[in-house]
Ligand binder design. Structure first.
Ligand code: ADP
Length: 413
């Protein structure tokens, strides 16, 4: 790697999409962001936005300015990555640039083996493959993304940054399900947790916001996007998180049920005659807010509530009730809470969710200042009143920056 190789391409390969960002770790700036959707369908959509050097922050990352959008037929991930390479080349940012230090891949499931970002070789790739049974929706796409990127730049370090890694510090009593130990171990059934990159970044940023070292701070992180998860972070280490073997457990999400009596699954099989795939589809794609009221966008739900829609109001209440239970549970797990941090699409933008989630939790030291909560900003900020014992914060997440930072730290050593 040459000394001026400071750029990292971050790839997030989903089953039918590839999201990417090119960052320069010299100053943590973003050089380009883009997204290819509907890979394998009749027409795929590609959007690419080159950013002026020094560009930073979620506003620019949304790609509204000076971007290019087009439709094309992109048959598979190989074609998708070639399209990414072409788009970057058109802006003089091609994958052949000597300034490119590495490619950082988001990998959803790293099991117990991967506790850190890892340079990918054949053995690592094999291990990620071995985890497909516990992440059938995600790891195969991640693997395809890695293989394709390796073929494009075989000489370049490729690094896997795992969604599960931050949670591997969970103690056994938090990570184990109370089921037969032999069965659990034989099938690697335990709580792994996801969104780890975001929980790591946000808990660290929250400590920074409080002017403290991560080791000195206990934080409850609420990552509320379309997928949603909570974590209890004690002194910079995750001690509990709401997602489990898969991202289905925990909070009410856009389309996922979150916590549910497992007997519902065999009830659906025995009484409703559904097979495993149908139950999977029901709980992952047709439940949560969408199952409760038909919408999973919090903006739309709030709009309907304002118009007096009862179903939307009930969906909101169920969502908030679950959130509160986790805040209470993690207050107990941590013993002392210094901050509760809201992040991701809903957490960063939906003031009514933040207000409702802490309403009535004064006994836990939690309160929100209505004026501070109403402020819209891309910056990390406190929204609790001076007197509150626990800081309530809004901390925009930046998974791409975290992946790029971890990747660069590994390859520049
Ligand atoms: P993911 O990365 O899980 O797809 P995001 O973190 O981008 O999700 O969050 C997307 C969700 O954020 C949307 O479904 C919507 O509910 C919510 N959201 C985005 N913007 C706003 C807003 N201005 N007000 C309320 N909710 C919002």
């Amino acid at each position: 790697m040459t000394a001026n190789a400071t750029r990292v391409l971050v790839l997030n390969s989903g089953s039918s999409s590839v999201k990417y960002q090119l960052l320069d770790m010299k100053d943590n700036s973003r050089l380009a962001v883009g997204l290819i959707e509907r890979i394998g369908e009749e027409t795929s959509r590609l959007s690419h936005t080159p950013l002026a050097a020094g560009g930073d922050g979620p506003l620019l990352a949304e790609g509204g300015r000076g971007g290019r959008e087009r439709e094309a037929r992109i048959a598979d991930h190989e074609e998708a990555l070639k399209a990414v390479a072409d788009e970057l080349s058109a802006d003089g940012l091609g994958l052949d640039s000597p300034e490119l230090a590495a490619i950082g891949h988001r990998v959803v499931h790293g099991g117990l083996k991967f506790t850190e970002p890892t340079v990918i070789d054949d053995a690592v790739l094999k291990e990620i493959e071995r985890l497909v049974p516990v992440a059938p929706l995600h790891n195969p796409a991640n693997i395809t993304g890695i293989r394709t990127a390796q073929a494009l730049r075989p000489d370049l370090p490729q690094v896997a940054v795992f969604d599960t890694a931050f949670h591997t510090t969970m103690p056994e009593h938090a990570a184990r399900y109370a089921i037969d130990v032999e069965t659990a171990d034989a099938h690697r059934i335990r709580r792994y947790g996801f969104h780890g990159t975001s929980h790591a970044y946000v808990s660290r940023k929250t400590a920074e916001l409080l002017g403290k070292a991560p080791e000195d701070v206990n934080v409850i992180v609420l990552h509320l996007g379309n997928g949603a998860s909570a974590s209890a972070v004690a002194g910079g280490r995750c001690v509990d998180t709401s997602m489990g073997l898969t991202p289905l457990e925990g909070l009410v999400m856009g389309t996922r049920s979150g916590d549910i009596d497992p007997a519902v699954v065999f009830h659906l099989k025995r009484v409703a005659g559904m097979d495993a795939d149908e139950v999977d589809e029901l709980l992952n794609k047709k439940s949560g807010l969408v199952g409760l009221c038909g919408d999973n966008d919090m903006r739309e739900i709030r709009r309907r509530i304002d118009e007096g829609d009862q179903r939307a109001a009930l969906a909101f209440d169920i969502y908030i009730h679950r959130l509160k239970k986790y805040i209470g549970a993690y207050s107990a797990v941590l013993g002392r809470v210094d901050a509760v941090a809201f992040t991701a699409g809903v957490g960063e933008n939906a003031a009514p969710v933040r207000e409702a989630a802490v309403l009535g939790l004064e006994e836990l030291g939690l309160a929100v200042d209505a004026d501070l909560n109403a402020v819209r900003s891309d910056e990390a900020r406190l929204i609790s009143p001076e007197y509150a014992r626990v800081a309530v914060a809004v901390v925009p997440t930046d998974e791409e920056l975290e992946i790029a930072g971890q990747t660069y730290a590994l390859v520049s050593n």
